[in-house]
Unconditional design. Sequence first.
Length: 374
Amino acid sequence: MVGTGAAASAAAALERAMELQENWSGSASVARVGIFGNGMPETLVAAAGAVPVHLALGTSTENHPISEIIEPFVDEEIRHFLIRLMQGAFADLAGIIFARDDAPALIAYQYATEWIRQDLERAKTPPLFLWNLVHSDTPPVRVFNRVQAEKLFAFFESIGLKAPDDADILAAAQGEQRRAEALRMVQAAVGVTQSGTRAARWRNAGRFMLAEEHADLLTAALAETAENPAPVRIGIVGSPLCCEKTYRVIEGFGTVVCDQQGFGEVWPGPGNTALSVADILAGTAADPSCHRIAPTSRYRSTMVKALVDARCTLVVCQLSQTDDTFGWEIPALTNELAAQGMTLVNLGFRDARPDDAWVQAAGQQIAQALEASK
């Protein structure tokens, strides 16, 4: 819970969590489990008695022998993660879960497990687990997904946590419901009293804390702070974007009111608020923000609906250097948004943290698109 001076300190606490990331401790004094990639329902981790901590946002400039065998097509985020993993940066975590739905996470898991299998140079690394879910709804799929949950629970027990029972799941899901309500309040304030940049930071601060703690901080911070956001309504799509410099140049032309990339408002996923294991699995499997959803048309149609509902006039697309998934959506997405009166600006490929030249060029491209749409 947020203590004395809650409203005044809540925003600072959220900013501090984003600064410290996986080193944030907050008010939780329990075990921590790392998550790499989007698509893992954090409720299951919390129900097992641990804090789910996301590991994809950090960077490392130091070298390690594993960097010599990482192939050129591998994302910069994966490279940083693998180097940090082998340097022992995550040694105090009880374990790390990789989300199969997230293409970079699968690649990271494959590199890490093979490096460890060969007993090559590394500091202490926690046990690793691959979370794999099929995104459709048939009797065989439900059986398969339940087996994956049983494997996850066995992993929890192997690292000193508990296999959550119904009461544990219910308590953790209720915490996620509180967080979901607080996030709805934050999102409703975007374009009114909050900028999209601030909302993004506050939302992603929750990737390093328990849902209840996040909900308390969001509610208190929202009551304390206010901005004067710009009137142009902007959407962001494409690769997961956590670079605030890129976000700010986009928001220099308006307010990001609809954030449909991996580090945007699609997190936490819809399965997290369900009250039973079966419903958590079903909700996660039906998450339309996952590229592996079946039928695949649900992915783009859900995205377009969110942009339309948010009344965006401008949509900005950006891609990580090795993204081989979202690019397939761009031609049809451009046409569908144009039919809705929206302009899509494709900034193309970018580094995880682009240099000033790319940021300046991106700003010019957006300005030109806005001028042409008048």
